[in-house]
Write a protein that binds this ligand. Structure first.
Ligand SMILES: [Zn+2]
Length: 308
């Protein structure tokens, strides 16, 4: 009996030791590094490393853009940064409050963590619920993860951090508080989840697809040279903008027509997804979620119109 317990204990600790994110930052421009995530869904297999996280090695130190998906991810990110540079971490900037972007905060508790005011409010409001969900989706990888709120409010506009000038753009389409960050020196644009590329967008907090579409124009007008979407591959052209417009337009049309025709939710979640989105991962999964998030609004808007 005792040796059986021993074997079980060993197996558990070995499994835990193997929870290694193996983060591999790659240099994408002078001083700019990207840790590219998978375009899959959260799973026990990937530990939730489905997000693009970046960091900029400025003259006086490092600016981290998003902290990742768990305490363990944040620690792995910090260790990976340490292999690239000896410079201190100056600041973490969060693009928005979603768990895959902000749940690594604990690993940076000794430096300022900056976010839009509304991002902090949303994280305070939704953090516990999102954490529960993440424990369910990726299990042991989340061990020790707790919501740590940003410690600094950041305003949109031009800022200089550690000798690097950044342009910050406050948008709303994905969560109501979405920050895009342009590194002026290299033209690398960290778009956050305003841009998903080759991966279906997520809608639990969107104020509306029309708001999101309007954000795309503002974002595209920045003088970027490379785009880091929140999820999906790095690009040097405007393909992510084209795909987002196409996809948002299609989704909006589907929901609008559905409401006009009085379709049921379960008809819409089975709708044919156009062939041109075949290269976009998780379209069916996210369509099902988006219909449940958004369709009631389209239905009530339709009802209001009828009542007039
Ligand atoms: Zn997000």
């Amino acid at each position: 009996m005792r040796w059986l317990l021993m074997v079980a204990w060993l197996a558990c600790s070995l499994a835990y030791a193997q929870l290694d994110y193996k983060l591999q930052p790659r240099s994408i421009a002078e001083g700019v590094w990207l840790v590219e995530g998978s375009t899959d869904n959260f799973s026990v297999a990937n530990g939730g490393a489905i997000v693009n996280v970046g960091f900029i090695v400025a003259e006086q130190g490092v600016i981290v853009i998003d902290s990742g998906t768990s305490k363990r991810y944040g620690e792995a990110l910090r260790a990976a940064i340490g292999k690239v540079t000896d410079k201190p971490i100056l600041k973490v900037i969060l693009t928005h409050h979603h768990p895959d972007h902000a749940f690594g905060n604990q690993a940076f508790s000794d430096v300022p963590i900056a976010a839009l005011k509304e991002t902090t409010r949303l994280l305070a409001e939704q953090g516990e619920g999102m954490a529960e969900n993440m424990y369910r989706l990726v299990g042991d990888w989340m061990r020790g993860t707790e919501v740590l709120l940003p410690t600094e409010t950041i305003e949109p506009g031009a800022v200089e951090i550690g000798g690097r000038s950044l342009q910050l753009l406050a948008l709303r389409g994905h969560t109501g508080a979405d920050l895009a960050i342009l590194d002026t020196k290299t033209g690398v644009l960290f778009a956050g989840d305003i841009l998903f590329y080759q991966r279906a967008l997520t809608t639990p907090n969107t104020p509306g697809l029309d708001v999101w579409l309007a954000d795309l124009d503002q974002l595209q007008a920045l003088p970027w040279k490379q785009i880091v979407p929140g999820h999906g591959p790095l690009t040097t052209n405007d393909a992510p903008f084209a795909q987002m417009r196409d996809y948002l337009g299609w989704l909006d049309g589907l929901l609008r027509n559905g409401a006009e025709q009085g379709a049921e939710m379960n008809e819409l979640i089975r709708a044919t997804i156009p062939e041109r989105f075949a290269g976009v991962s998780l379209t069916r999964y996210e369509l099902i979620r988006s219909v449940s998030h958004l369709y009631p609004r389209y239905e009530s808007a339709r009802m209001e119109r009828v009542d007039q």
